[in-house]
Design a binder for this molecule. Structure first.
Ligand code: GLC
Length: 419
């Protein structure tokens, strides 16, 4: 078995190898562009050995910000015919400064910016100051356009970062993707189709993109009648956390934090609506008003956002018992569980990193250490895959994956956090 120092070196090589000069691909082939929250994790990874490059990652991401404050989930810097749906399908020409998708992704960037400045407080204060208003405008966009009483909703499964999570099933089933037309997927030529979303899912993903395009990606128009509108624990917890981090950044820069604090308070209220009858954090299909009944890895992000829950502590204990490689993206006992299929069962390093951080900050240190150790073993034995089978640990999806290597360096490696 490789020693940890050589695994650290391998992780750094992955970040360098996926670096396209200013931004990092999630992995070559399958994802040939800059993805939003992937970049935030890449920056946290780079901060462990190249602070300057870490700042650049966030700056490049924010350079794609739209005039309305939205930061797209994909920036199409250099056209690549091997990816679908590309810029020709999204039809966002002329809206943002860089060719892009028309939806956002979980806002991790402010949390990443705080991590970078804390890593090297003397380097990059000016860069942070330049980023601050952009980050704030992005959070403001969420509070304006994705806010249901403080619970944050998504308008496309891709916006939540968990493409085919069972949370979306009911909302997706209510869509009739009429007129979507013929198209050729590219993802299934890179990766085993049993590890990817189904054709039924894909028809609806593309149908939603076509609708946004028809409405010119005008949020006011799109808000009038949204076919897909689901309040999402992951996005809500990530924004709550990022808001707290943005407020800390405001303090550091001597900026006013009052508005950010108001958002934080509003989301703290919204979080309460996400608790279902069992007390578990659960998505709500806002078209029906119903909880979706899914216990996902997102439910366990409460602590990361500074929110405790007895029901989630009990779920955590049970998950450690029932799953050899936690935290599965869908509860193992659920009828929806599928060990290989993307966000319907596999375990993801980035989500585990956030969960463990929350656990340790909230004083659940045994649980945090346990999750760290188990994820470390997973990566040592199986490399830096996109995700892993939570029952066997087998790697799945894309390989040499940026965000998995990044969270190794920043968290799972025994050398993480060492000066
Ligand atoms: C998939 C994931 C999404 C990620 C992207 C690039 O679409 O579901 O969360 O950002 O791949 O890695």
């Amino acid at each position: 078995m490789m020693d940890h120092a050589s695994i650290d070196a391998k992780a750094r090589d992955i970040l360098r190898g996926n670096d396209r000069g200013g931004y990092t691909l999630p992995t070559e082939g399958l994802y040939p562009y800059q993805w939003n929250w992937d970049s935030a994790f890449a920056a946290i990874g780079f901060a462990q050995f190249d602070v300057d490059r870490a700042w650049t990652e966030i700056e490049t991401l924010m350079s794609g910000q739209w005039p309305n404050g939205m930061v797209p989930h994909i920036l199409f810097h250099v056209p690549d015919p091997g990816y679908f749906p590309g810029p020709d399908v999204w039809g966002t020409d002329g809206i943002g400064p860089i060719a892009s998708s028309g939806i956002s992704q979980p806002p991790v960037a402010a949390t990443a910016a705080r991590a970078i400045i804390e890593k090297a407080p003397d380097q990059g204060r000016d860069r942070l100051a330049a980023l601050f208003p952009k980050l704030k405008a992005w959070h403001s966009w969420f509070m304006t356009w994705r806010n249901a009483g403080g619970a944050i909703f998504i308008t496309h499964p891709w916006e939540g970062g968990r493409d085919n999570a069972p949370d979306w099933d009911a909302a997706m089933a209510a869509i009739d993707p009429v007129g979507v037309g013929e198209y050729t997927r590219r993802d299934t030529s890179h990766v085993d189709p049993s590890m990817r979303p189904t054709k039924d899912d894909y028809d609806r993903y593309i149908w939603l993109v076509q609708r946004g395009r028809r409405l010119g990606w005008d949020e006011a128009e799109m808000a009038k009648d949204m076919p897909f509108k689901v309040a999402d624990p992951l996005t809500t917890f990530v924004l709550l956390r990022a808001n707290r981090d943005l407020a800390a950044i405001a303090d550091l820069l001597g900026e006013d934090r009052a508005e950010i604090d108001r958002w934080t308070a509003e989301i703290e209220t919204g979080v309460e609506a996400l608790r279902n009858a069992q007390g578990v954090f659960d998505s709500i299909n806002l078209r029906s008003g119903l909880h979706t009944g899914c216990v996902t890895s997102s439910s366990f992000l409460c602590w990361y956002a500074g929110v405790d829950s007895d029901a989630m502590r009990a779920e955590l204990a049970q998950t450690f018992e029932s799953c050899p490689y936690p935290i599965p993206s869908q509860k193992v006992e659920s009828e929806h569980f599928d060990a290989k299929r993307y966000w319907r069962g596999p375990t993801w390093g980035i989500v585990n990193a956030m969960i463990a951080r929350g656990l340790s900050e909230m004083g659940l240190t045994d649980e945090a250490s346990r999750l760290t150790r188990q994820t470390r073993t997973l990566m040592v034995e199986n490399g830096f895959a996109e995700y892993y089978n939570p029952l066997t640990g087998a790697p799945a999806g894309g390989g040499t994956f940026t965000w998995t290597a990044a969270v190794w360096l920043a968290w799972a490696s025994p050398t993480a956090g060492e000066a």
